[in-house]
Design a protein around this ligand. Structure first.
Ligand SMILES: *Cc1c(COP(=O)(O)O)cnc(C)c1O
Length: 386
């Protein structure tokens, strides 16, 4: 029995109205081709906003991770460490390069990469004489990982960090913008992210030369010649000038979008204040989370009989889109043979997956819509609470 109430999406695109002027300029100047003035301007604007020296606009966040790993020199047979609690796109580029992922658990306090699990993974890797080529660290649901400790460990072994900031554009870590702490940072402008180009991504780094090399690869690796000449393998990974126009209009309202998502988060917290065993993803003191998605946790002691999938299904019946927390990559059939380092005896990522739900968090969601979501959740929880 499906409701005929209006659908509430998890994280739909939210246009500012400013996009059209940039797209219109592109039409009027006939810059419909890939590349062009919007692409260059969008790269400069993102670089300036996050405080990176170089930026490359590409067709997706996944493409940006692929380029970052190739820049580091990851190749067939190499090992790459990667956060386990994330979307599959964090790890797929490891496979593109013929390398092998090793997954690292989350810590309970930030839900991001556990430094103690990372340290154990490195100790084992050193013992077997096969250190990773890179570490992909994900900033989950809009919150930065805790980089001081992660970086100390990676620096000790001289292994560079690729910061997967697809979900955390605009967040901070100790005063720095998320995505600028690793050797390379990547953002996604997929339709569900905090700002969107309908599809797209960005690679950033202070290593301007590396960014130029990625630009070359991303443009089919065309050598400097009037004829088409190629000495290296390339990709068709550049962002189109039209989509970069959308991105420029979106970037101008990013701060508003962050404020809106944080307010939505606050409303959820307030609504469930008096509910025992309901908690939310913590925000660490080291920085600002964008609260890209509000993630709620059901204490199994209290709500043991209620699975996240069941809550998701009950919301779906009211035409509300929610999702369980990411299924950890070490539990995915695709990676069934991969090594995994849990935080401790507890597999934190698995726990979060088994008890966590992401709630509708789009910045365009009205207060009224949000109350509909809240009422529906309360209805589902009633048998457990009272
Ligand atoms: C969305 C996302 C990506 C991939 O970005 P695309 O632009 O969709 O390729 C990578 N990592 C994380 C953590 C994401 O959420």
């Amino acid at each position: 029995m499906n409701s005929n109430e209006r659908r509430i999406y998890l994280s739909p695109p939210h246009l500012s109205g400013l996009e059209e002027q940039y797209v219109k300029q592109a039409f009027e100047s006939n810059w419909i081709a890939p590349l062009g003035p919007n692409v260059e301007a969008f790269e400069k604007e993102v670089a300036a906003y996050v405080g990176a020296k170089g930026a490359l606009a590409v067709s997706s966040g996944t493409a940006a991770i692929h380029l970052a790993l190739r820049l580091i020199g990851v190749s067939a047979g190499d090992i790459v460490f990667c956060s386990t609690l994330t979307f599959v796109a964090s790890a797929n580029p490891i496979l593109y390069l013929g390398a092998k992922p090793v997954f690292i658990d989350s810590e309970p306090s930030s839900w991001n990469m556990s430094p103690q699990a990372l340290a154990r993974a490195f100790e084992d890797a050193e013992r077997t004489g096969k250190l990773p080529k890179a570490v992909v660290v994900v900033n989950l649901y809009g919150q930065s990982a805790d980089y001081d400790e992660i970086k100390r460990i990676c620096d000790h072994y001289q292994v560079p960090i690729v910061e997967d900031a697809a979900e955390s554009l605009g967040a901070t870590y100790k005063g720095k913008k998320s995505g600028t702490i690793g050797k390379f940072g990547i953002y996604s402008f997929n339709g569900n992210k905090i700002i969107t180009t309908s599809g797209g991504g960005m690679l950033v780094s202070d290593d301007v030369e590396a960014i130029e090399k990625a630009r070359f690869w991303a443009t089919q690796a065309r050598d400097k010649a009037v004829h088409y000449q190629h000495s290296e393998m390339g990709y068709n990974y550049r962002m189109s000038n039209l989509l970069a126009g959308v991105g420029r209009g979106q970037l101008r309202v990013l701060e508003d979008r962050i404020a809106a998502r944080r307010q939505i988060f606050e409303r959820y917290v307030q609504a469930f204040e008096d509910y025992p065993g309901i908690t939310f993803m913590p925000e660490r003191e080291y920085g600002l989370s964008t609260r890209w998605l509000t993630a709620m946790l059901l204490d199994p002691e209290r709500y043991g009989g209620l699975k996240p999938a069941e809550l998701v299904e009950r919301l779906e019946r009211r035409n509300i889109e929610a999702r369980p927390v990411w299924k950890p990559l070490h539990l995915q059939p695709l990676f069934k043979d991969a090594l995994y380092y849990p935080h401790s005896e507890t597999d934190v990522a698995r726990f979060l997956f088994e008890h966590g739900v992401c709630l509708p968090s789009g910045s365009s969601m009205t207060e009224e819509d949000q109350f509909r979501v809240i009422e529906c959740i309360k209805e589902v929880l009633r048998p457990y609470v009272f």
